[in-house]
Design a protein around this ligand. Structure first.
Ligand code: DAT
Ligand code: MG
Length: 146
């Protein structure tokens, strides 16, 4: 099994910040042994969001997703570790919080809110290509830094 040091982009979405779960989510990431390398709290611009979620353009939940992600501040982090991309998605759990496994962030801490877009507390990059692209959307100052 290959085990490469990787970086991933993690976002604590506006629902996580509103519910006071910043500490709990970071606790789980650190307890697993991953390292938070960069962290910022901010509002996200529409252009950042359209870029970040470009793969979902045209889907019925796209506009609600943009609106939800602008409904309050988010926390963005670059998290590193061996196989962290897959590992954080495992910590986060399935997209749909009703069926996300207990023990995961979404399974333990989120539920269906009956909204047009699923509100599921966190985002994690799904591949190394996505991670590289997404990190620079939220941390443009890291361009060229390795
Ligand atoms: P993930 O965040 O697990 O990578 P995704 O990239 O497929 O999921 O979708 C991005 C976000 O959009 C997801 O976190 C919640 C929302 N979403 C996805 N599919 C949805 C659907 N069928 N209905 C409503 N919201 C959805
Ligand atoms: Mg995704």
């Amino acid at each position: 099994m290959t085990s490469q040091k990787e970086q991933t982009l993690v976002l604590i979405k506006p629902d996580g910040v509103r519910r006071g779960l910043i500490g709990e989510i970071i606790r789980r990431i650190e307890a697993k042994g991953y390292v938070v390398e960069n962290l910022k709290m901010s509002l996200v611009s529409i252009n950042q969001l359209k870029n970040h979620y470009q793969e979902h353009e045209g889907k019925p939940f796209f506009e609600p997703l943009l609106e939800f992600m602008q409904s309050g501040p988010i926390v963005a982090m670059v998290v590193s570790g061996n196989r962290v991309i897959e590992g954080f998605r495992s910590l986060a759990g399935a997209t749909e919080p009703t069926s996300a496994a207990p023990g995961t962030i979404r399974g333990d801490l989120a539920r269906d809110q009956g909204t047009k877009v699923v509100q599921n507390l966190v985002h994690g990059s799904d591949s190394s290509e996505s991670a590289q692209r997404e990190i620079l959307i939220f941390f443009p100052e890291l361009q060229g830094v390795k």
